[in-house]
Design a protein around this ligand. Sequence first.
Ligand SMILES: C[S@@+](CC[C@H](N)C(=O)[O-])C[C@H]1O[C@@H](n2cnc3c(N)ncnc32)[C@H](O)[C@@H]1O
Length: 265
Amino acid sequence: MARRGALQPPAEIRRMFDRIARRYDLMNRLMSLGRDVVWRRVAAQAALEHAPAVVLDIATGTGDLAFELVAQGARRVLALDFSRAMLRIASRKRAALRAWNVAFLCGDAMRLPFRDASVDACTIGFGLRNLPDYEAAIREFARVLRPGGRLVILETTPFTGPLAPFFRLYFDRLVPWIGGLVSGDRQAYSYLPRSTAAFPSAAELAALLRSAGFADVRYRTMMGGTVALHVAVRGAHLPDAVTAAASVPASRERRQLGPGAPQRA
Ligand SMILES: C[S@@+](CC[C@H](N)C(=O)[O-])C[C@H]1O[C@@H](n2cnc3c(N)ncnc32)[C@H](O)[C@@H]1O
């Protein structure tokens, strides 16, 4: 039975990403044999199909999905993460790429600092698995998306199929070893296979999306079934449970930012 949320509490997750930030991009390229670049390209394409004006990239990390969105023509990207070390790298990359239409914000994916129905598309790449409550997170994404807006989730998915034993060996043994050598943090890279195995299957995640009020839920798997891309459209009406969870106290509403908010990180 899949878990309902991350294996570790948010504070530990944040510390882990703060620790590995410097080597995060390099490890992604090594672990995926460079394929992570292609997966983000496909995710960005899916998010931009209807030319959204404002895209929110949740758990943006070092910003690779946000930059890919811009490379594919996104006009304005808001990119949020709670690890300052990851965001520092993202900001440096933004300067090198001169991608000034990406605004980085430090914040919590479970309490997005945006008004209801204020963004046109949301993306999250390899972030959902790290959030403490998947259902609550998806409800929060639905809250900030406008009706008809797209949610695109790119995530590792529990391995099934004939190549599963090979992938398990690779991710359980080799990835922590390489991660230890490259980032000096073997523990962070043993968390990756453990958290992937405990994550809902692609079909279960699709069911979670439907129950949160998303329509046209589609998914495909890539890299021999190790990565899944879900695309869903925020329905016109959200289930009562979603709107109740989304009602924001007045004090919090004052702190919320519109899509034109200034850069914070
Ligand atoms: C595996 S990285 C993914 C980064 C990036 N999206 C990519 O495609 O490479 C996961 C990111 O989620 C962030 N994260 C985890 N929990 C979060 C939360 N509750 N709020 C905001 N960011 C969070 C971490 O700081 C980390 O940068």
